[in-house]
Design a protein around this ligand. Structure first.
Ligand code: NAP
Length: 487
């Protein structure tokens, strides 16, 4: 049951599509429902866009593109800064909304508001730092000018697991660079994006710069947008299989793309690690967002001399977790996003146990309304188990062991993914060797959470292309021009 406070908040979330600055129903009047995963109850009914609505959103982004590109960078930055300030005023509303549609505990949702907000602030500052180069050519016969230009209208597709941060991580650099956008959030968690779009309007964003479409037919709506020659950039965060499909579609138009895809992060604990630190890091890297993060530690690779103690201590900590609706005080483990996620966690645990792993705690779905799965620890996970190959996306901590550094590196790198790795060692030289040897775009060295708006977030191998955040993030939305003039 939603409380009065929750119902009041939900009633203020727009239920239409935002196209050209106007909120409107879907052209065919279709609607989709959004559920609270902790109860299974419908919490809001919103517009369900079709391909015509998608095209109308692209029309609006294309129509607004030239004016926005010509808007001074300072003005663009100040709108983003106002959005950051408004987000601070509304942080409790955003946190509650995310907990309601996605399920994460309120304390974590507040953390996401802080993290997601930083992209608005960071790129409000980066907007004015886009510069070029000027200088003589080596022959002395000409002057070379290198300038940066907004790439043009962008299509942004975001996943359900971080409804605010995945949106601001794309919208803020695009707007700072001078690009207009159409954004499509996941159908499971569209409310936060709708609420954010309203905030951006309140911050003074001109009509048509950000357009929002919500839909239950993401493929049918996205295909024509991606095929349209007016679109100049596709930025996607989601699973590797969908990312691959979109890359094929984008190839036809030789479209610029950024792909933030799946992960299978190794968490390596050497025999010389500070175990207190490693356990704190492990709990954060595994159970944050109920295990549903692309950066979640997926494979715990622990030196055999400390594996028993590591397993005993993480099991004790996990036994103290409190399962509950994210709004309940003290709840640390909320529901998984839907029934498919529960079925997947269950199947992965079953396969690991069938191959000889031992359950030290958890392992089952929870008998209550909603889609809850027990926080789980598995030891002695055998090579070849599905859980070592697939993204778990649930609260299951799987431990394997190693004896030599080379073995640890080989195990850590034995995946098609390369998003992030975690390494715990007190040895500086070993830490440096790991920076060089592990095939991931990011690394936590004695740290369990690495994300920061000031850092370039992104993966190697099949975890993606491009970077979000940092000084790199804005360049995803800029294109370079070189001009030669006579000396
Ligand atoms: P997903 O199924 O790939 O969906 C991601 C987004 O793509 C959603 O908006 C989805 O909309 C949309 N989509 C699905 N099929 C599409 C199609 N054919 N055409 C256009 N859009 C389509 O992933 P998810 O389950 O939402 O998110 C979890 C995945 O995201 C995990 O693999 C995780 O690792 C990854 N992720 C990566 C990062 C990163 O930065 N590397 C960050 C967060 C999450 P609908 O759901 O409404 O169909």
């Amino acid at each position: 049951m939603t409380s009065t406070r929750e119902a009041d908040l939900l009633a203020t979330v727009p239920d239409g599509l935002l196209i050209g600055g106007r909120w409107r129903p879907a052209a065919a009047s279709a609607t989709l429902t959004v559920e609270d995963p902790s109860t299974g109850e419908t919490i809001r009914t919103i517009a369900d866009a079709d391909a015509d609505d998608g095209m109308a959103a692209l029309d609006a982004a294309a129509a607004a593109a030239a004016d926005w590109a010509a808007t001074p960078a300072r003005t663009r930055g100040e709108i983003l800064r106002r959005a950051f300030d408004l987000l601070q005023d509304r942080k409790e509303d955003f946190a509650l909304l995310m907990t309601l549609e996605m399920g994460k505990p309120l304390a974590e949702a507040r953390g996401e508001v802080a993290y997601g907000g930083e992209f608005l602030r960071w790129f409000s500052e980066e907007a004015v730092r886009v510069t070029g180069r000027y200088g003589p050519n080596p022959e002395g016969t000409g002057r070379m000018i290198v300038s940066q230009h907004p790439v043009g209208p962008c299509y942004l597709i975001t996943p359900w697991n971080f409804p605010l941060a995945m949106a601001t991580r794309k919208i803020a650099p695009a707007l700072a660079a001078g690009c207009t956008v159409v954004i499509k959030p996941a159908a499971l968690t569209p409310l936060t994006t709708l609420y954010l779009a309203k905030l951006l309007q309140d911050a003074g964003l001109p009509d048509g710069v950000v357009n929002v479409i919500t839909t239950s037919s993401s493929g049918a709506v996205s295909g024509p947008i991606i095929a349209d020659p007016r679109l100049r950039k596709l930025s996607f965060t989601g699973s590797t299989p969908v990312g691959r499909k979109l890359l094929v579609q984008a190839a036809d138009g030789v479209l610029r793309t950024s792909m933030e895809l799946g992960g299978n992060a190794p968490f390596v604990v050497f025999e010389d690690a500070d175990l207190d630190q490693a356990i704190t890091g492990a709990l954060a890297a595994k159970f944050r967002n109920i295990g549903q993060a692309c950066t979640a530690a997926n494979r715990f690779i622990v030196h055999s001399s400390v594996a028993d103690e590591f397993a005993r201590r993480v099991t004790a900590a996990v036994n103290d977790f409190v399962i509950g609706r994210g709004t309940e005080s003290g709840a640390t483990i909320g529901p998984l996003v839907d029934g498919n996620a529960v079925a997947k966690a269950e199947a992965l645990v079953k396969d690991a146990v069938a191959r000889g792993a031992e359950l030290t705690t958890g392992g089952s779905r929870v008998d209550r309304p909603g889609t809850f799965f027990e926080p789980t620890v598995l030891t002695g996970v055998a090579p070849g188990s599905d859980i070592l190959r697939e993204e778990i996306f649930g609260p299951v901590l799987a431990i394997t062991t190693f004896d030599t550094e080379d073995e640890a590196v080989a195990l850590a790198n034995s995946t098609e993914y390369g998003l992030v790795s975690y390494v715990y060692t007190e040895s500086l030289s070993r830490g440096q060797r790991m920076i060089e040897r592990l095939e991931t775009g990011m690394m936590g060295l004695n740290v369990g959470v690495v994300s920061n708006a000031a850092a370039p977030f992104g993966g190697w191998k099949m975890s993606g292309l491009g970077r979000e955040g940092g000084t790199e993030g804005i360049h995803e939305y800029l294109q370079t021009k070189y001009t030669l003039t006579p000396a």
